[in-house]
Design a protein around this ligand. Sequence first.
Ligand code: HEC
Ligand code: HEC
Ligand code: HEC
Ligand code: HEC
Ligand code: HEC
Ligand code: HEC
Ligand code: HEC
Length: 427
Amino acid sequence: MKSIRVRALLGWGALVFAGIAAGLLWMVIDAFQATVVTAEAMPGMNPSAESPTDVSRRFSSNLPPQLQQAVAGWNQLISANFAGDQACAECHEKEFQAHRRSGHSRTLTPIDESSLASKLVELGRYQDPQRDQVFEFSRAKDPLLVREVTNAAGVAVPVTWLLGSGTHAQTPIAVDERTQSGVELRWSYFSSNDQLGLTPDHERFDNFASGTIECFGRPMDAADIRACLGCHSTLTPPPSLPIMKSWVVANVGCERCHGPRKKHVELAHLGHAEEAKPMLQYETAEAYMDACSTCHRDESSVKPDATPNELVRFQPYGIKRSRCYLESPDKMTCSTCHDPHDTVSHNRVVSIDQCKQCHGHASSSECSHQPVGDCIECHMPAVEWTAGISFHDHWIRIPDEIPGEFRGVDSAGSLTASDSPHNDGGE
Ligand code: HEC
Ligand code: HEC
Ligand code: HEC
Ligand code: HEC
Ligand code: HEC
Ligand code: HEC
Ligand code: HEC
């Protein structure tokens, strides 16, 4: 769509973390651990009279003094450097509106602010498809409480966050702020059938030790929670600080990609926006893709046992393996086909135009199948990852080299029934 912009570097990561280090945060880990050791072994399993909000308030006001200082430093760091998406709207209406449409603006929602929570309370109960278990949803003082009512009557867990915009799915997690552990719940919401179903990859917890947190799903330690929030947020507290809900800057906001821009906003109001430049740090196609790869994943995230179905989720991995990318140095990156601010379109004209730009002239190899049709359908087919969710294989190649079951065309080059243009996972 646009050529790559050449910008000087602003290492905003370095800025943030230098700020944190200066704020003494690394010195308080011990004090904090002393607090959590005394907390219950099974996070959040016993809903007491206190709601999680009460507990969390008490927890944060009882932090050791050093840690409180660190927290103040963190909050100060955010308020001094980050302006928030809304602050950009007045001057960058186009990007702001596009971003509102994109899943990026809705990757992480506090459960009480989600429309799903009310739907679940209305639904009341949910039968697990794989286990003999019924979960009951309620909302009293808690944003959303999930109780297991079949085997272990009485155990319950309060949900904290909902991950994903729901373009495909939404998965809840519970985070216990006292123990810094949590659980990814076994059930997710799937928009393709407007129903709850098993969270992807949870089959491996079909047999669980009862009386453990596995009763509700996949146990998460602090590192798991950080990873999960890290890719779905603009800012998550550093490892030296406990993960408190109110300290997370949710969603992949403007400032996740552009860095803290408060100063730019202030200067722009004085008519000096350009003084807080440069703001884009992508000097090459590869550097651009690296920025996206921290979440969308490239070869460095591929596990040795990854299946082709899993790899279709890793768009940078696919592009980087494509001859299109490898043999046209520094010409192809994500913005060749996508506006990074916007939702992906159903209209593939932009992508197909790009294919034709490079493949239209005599020096390039030509498609022997008289490429009048949808290049994407044959060369970047939609492949099911799991649970009816499909992704377009970003490893652009000739259909013969795409594993047979994923191919959009048979070897003679005709479209197969399973991959009609309207069978691409509901995006
Ligand atoms: C009061 C108006 C104003 C606000 C608010 C504002 N900007 Fe800008 N922004 C500008 C102007 C003017 C420019 C163009 C500067 C230039 O190129 O000389 C600009 C340029 C940019 C650029 C492009 C830089 C470039 O090198 O081309 C980015 C990215 C950007 N702003 C991001 C943001 C973000 C993110 C926010 C919100 C946190 C924001 N802006 C808020 C006025 C504003
Ligand atoms: C902080 C992590 C993160 C970064 C960095 C990131 N993304 Fe994303 N991206 C996500 C998540 C999470 C989603 C899923 C959003 C949802 O829930 O629908 C997503 C979704 C998308 C989508 C689909 C949006 C839609 O609504 O159709 C596109 C396209 C996309 N990203 C492109 C990019 C590009 C290009 C870059 C680099 C410039 C990038 N992303 C950087 C996390 C990230
Ligand atoms: C390495 C970064 C990364 C981590 C870690 C991560 N996600 Fe994501 N997530 C993404 C990206 C990128 C997307 C969008 C593309 C995709 O679906 O693969 C996404 C999409 C999703 C979606 C689907 C949104 C939609 O409607 O399309 C859900 C649900 C989700 N993630 C939940 C989670 C949960 C829960 C965790 C933690 C247990 C987690 N993610 C950890 C990067 C990540
Ligand atoms: C997923 C990463 C990502 C997010 C989130 C994001 N941007 Fe950008 N933005 C980019 C990239 C990459 C470019 C470089 C141009 C391109 O690739 O289209 C860019 C370019 C821009 C520009 C310059 C456009 C031009 O034509 O000169 C502005 C202004 C801007 N972004 C504002 C915003 C605002 C405001 C938000 C939030 C509402 C935002 N961006 C969110 C990645 C992002
Ligand atoms: C930036 C230029 C560029 C763009 C955009 C581009 N390609 Fe390519 N592509 C190339 C180059 C260069 C090669 C390798 C030499 C050749 O075949 O011309 C290639 C190779 C291919 C091959 C052969 C792959 C193999 O493994 O043998 C296919 C198929 C292909 N491209 C299809 C596409 C499709 C479909 C699109 C659009 C989705 C596309 N290309 C977009 C430059 C591009
Ligand atoms: C040659 C064009 C092209 C390039 C380059 C490209 N994409 Fe895509 N992408 C597509 C097409 C086509 C779709 C399917 C949506 C559609 O039909 O428009 C898509 C879909 C997506 C989706 C939605 C999920 C899915 O797979 O259907 C995400 C997220 C995404 N791309 C991210 C990226 C990222 C990140 C990069 C850079 C590493 C990238 N894309 C580079 C063409 C491209
Ligand atoms: C109906 C399916 C189909 C469509 C649509 C299609 N292709 Fe192909 N394409 C193929 C097949 C099959 C091959 C492998 C042909 C061969 O090996 O002779 C191929 C080969 C190619 C090659 C590599 C040729 C070589 O010898 O290296 C390129 C480049 C290419 N296609 C580009 C495109 C572009 C660009 C479009 C859209 C304008 C497109 N294709 C649309 C099926 C298709």
